[in-house]
Design a protein around this ligand. Structure first.
Ligand code: UDP
Length: 523
């Protein structure tokens, strides 16, 4: 059966109707609020791309972070300033899949998980494996462990059907367990031996994973075009930070801003506790998403404190015509020097609170500043106040953008097939030979291209070295996430022995990497 674009989200409401936890309430209210946009976007998709149809899938959504004991802790924080970014993404993914015409089961119960996919109790202590009735299972790192517990031996067999929502991303070196163990990439997360694109990220962090994203609500459309909107702005700033610990050490920075604009905040106040916010701050307490966005519509400036990292709120704020000002990190934060990133399966260097906003959006919408330099901050704020900045939403964060992307993944990504990937086609390949010490991520980006790991296998042959004019004294296959690579010392050509280790991320001063770049649509 073909998946038909739906004109209603009713099937989703039915799938989540029996759950009224705070997290599911947040998800439901977000979906309801955005339903008209989703439906309109679906209609536009239908008009424009009537030739791309996918088979209707039976999909299980299982956010492990919302179930079991982890879930209890997470739920308790939803209305107290805890992280909401994951919920934004689950809400948007579920709406997107429903509009695309797939059939969803949404579960946050470990118990229900067992009855949906678990082995049936057999005779004695020997459980009977049942065939998996889901074509796709979206979950997260917590959920993976639950799935393993419920499925037993079938876990390995069916893992090609899993998709992992993984906000910050997992690089191949951390994913391949035996390599991670022997090469110092073993972390708390990671080591599941999945195909790296099975991890789906919040932002396009690394091309080794799939960028899932979410929808920024700022989008307003006139006709079929995205039109920037000039919201009527008051001279106010909103500080990004739902809990008061995020404000530590930021007094001077916020003070400079408050001398230019009336400064608001949405910090959660625990009952019976006093907040240690500066007296010049107007705090609203944690707002519902709807009220928070009303505040952003009036505000001129959205102020990043340095934490939380890489969340959705700055994209929403820019979508509502705010300018986002944020701290530069020099030296950059990473798993090597920062408690939050410690143990995360990535070597990324985080150059500011929101590197996506810094690199892919930039001025006039995003100002990345040294927050220890008061005169720099003041000058930036004055320049921002003089500027007229309209709302901006990158295409990839609109409903249509997300629908197209997810449709692409569902149609083309098949991790159960044993053959080499055939999507994107070889014609998309632009081979680049990296300078010593550079990753394929940065080499491709420097040429306004993007690294495409599914094309690595075309470069993993002796002929690929010859075509680049490299003459090899030796050609050896090895387990090394930087391979295929050329080492000028001894003219050694290294081939990749393990497809799971093909990696756009990673660099070494002694290797020139062979990089599979491809072009892409801007935004
Ligand atoms: N948000 C909210 N009320 C507030 C502040 C933020 O509902 O008072 C919402 C906001 O609209 C955003 C979501 O919280 O969509 C996640 O925000 P953030 O970027 O802070 O990411 P997190 O760190 O929570 O994952």
């Amino acid at each position: 059966k073909k998946a038909e674009i739906r004109k209603s989200l009713l099937p989703l409401y039915e799938a989540i109707s029996n759950n009224s936890s705070p997290a599911m309430k947040f998800i439901r209210s977000r979906v309801e609020k955005m339903s008209e946009r989703w439906i309109q976007a679906g209609l536009r998709m239908k008009e424009s791309s009537n030739n791309t149809v996918s088979t209707q899938m039976r999909v299980l959504l299982y956010p492990g972070a919302l179930s079991g004991s982890v879930g209890q802790r997470f739920e308790a924080m939803v209305e107290r300033g805890g992280p909401l970014g994951e919920l934004v993404q689950w809400a948007d993914l579920s709406a997107c899949l429903t509009i695309l015409g797939h059939n969803l089961i949404f579960s946050t119960s470990q118990h229900q998980l067992h009855s949906l996919i678990g082995a049936a109790p057999g005779r004695g202590s020997c459980p009977i494996q049942r065939p998996l009735t889901f074509d796709l299972i979206y979950t997260d790192y917590h959920g993976l462990a639950h799935l393993q517990g419920a499925m037993g031996l079938a876990f390995k067999h069916y893992q090609c059907r899993f998709r992992i929502l993984d906000s910050f991303g997992t690089e191949p070196a951390f994913n391949f367990a035996s390599y991670a163990r022997s090469h110092g990439y073993k972390t708390l997360w990671g080591s599941w031996d999945l195909q790296p694109p099975q991890y789906m990220t919040m932002f396009p962090h690394t091309p080794d994973n799939s960028f899932l994203g979410f929808v920024s609500e700022g989008t307003v459309r006139k006709g079929s075009e995205l039109e920037p909107v000039s919201y009527k702005k008051d001279r106010i700033a909103v500080v990004y930070g739902k809990q008061d610990y995020m404000w530590q050490g930021k007094y001077e920075y916020v003070k400079v801003i408050s001398e230019e604009l009336e400064t608001h905040a949405t910090v959660y106040q625990p009952p019976g506790h006093t907040l240690h916010l500066p007296s010049f701050i107007r705090n609203h307490g944690l707002l519902t998403q709807e009220h928070f966005q009303q505040l952003l519509r009036k505000a001129k400036l959205f102020v990043g404190l340095g934490f939380p990292y890489e969340g959705p709120a700055p994209i929403e704020a820019i979508g509502m015509g705010c300018v986002f000002i944020q701290p530069r990190f020099d030296p950059p934060h990473s798993s090597a020097n920062n408690d939050f990133y410690k143990g995360k399966p990535t070597t990324r260097q985080i150059s500011s609170q929101h590197p996506y906003a810094e690199e892919f959006i930039g001025k006039p919408y995003v100002w990345t500043v040294d927050v220890t330099n008061k005169s720099d901050i003041r000058e930036a704020v004055k320049a921002i106040l003089r500027s007229e900045v309209k709302s901006f939403t990158p295409q990839e964060f609109t409903c249509v953008g997300m629908l197209k992307r997810v449709l692409g993944y569902i149609t083309h990504q098949n991790f159960c097939s044993k053959s080499v990937p055939t999507w994107p086609p070889k014609s998309a390949l632009r081979v680049h030979l990296a300078p010593l010490g550079q990753s394929c991520v940065s080499v491709c980006r420097r040429s306004s291209l993007v690294c495409e790991p599914a094309l690595f296998h075309h470069l993993n042959t002796p002929a690929a070295f010859t075509r680049l004019g490299l003459s090899c004294a030796s050609v050896l296959p090895e387990l090394n996430h930087l391979f295929p690579s050329y080492s000028p010392w001894g003219r050694q050509c290294g081939l990749q022995q393990e497809p799971l280790l093909f990696s756009c991320a990673g660099s070494d001063p002694s290797y020139r990497r062979l990089c599979p770049c491809k072009s892409h649509l801007t935004g």
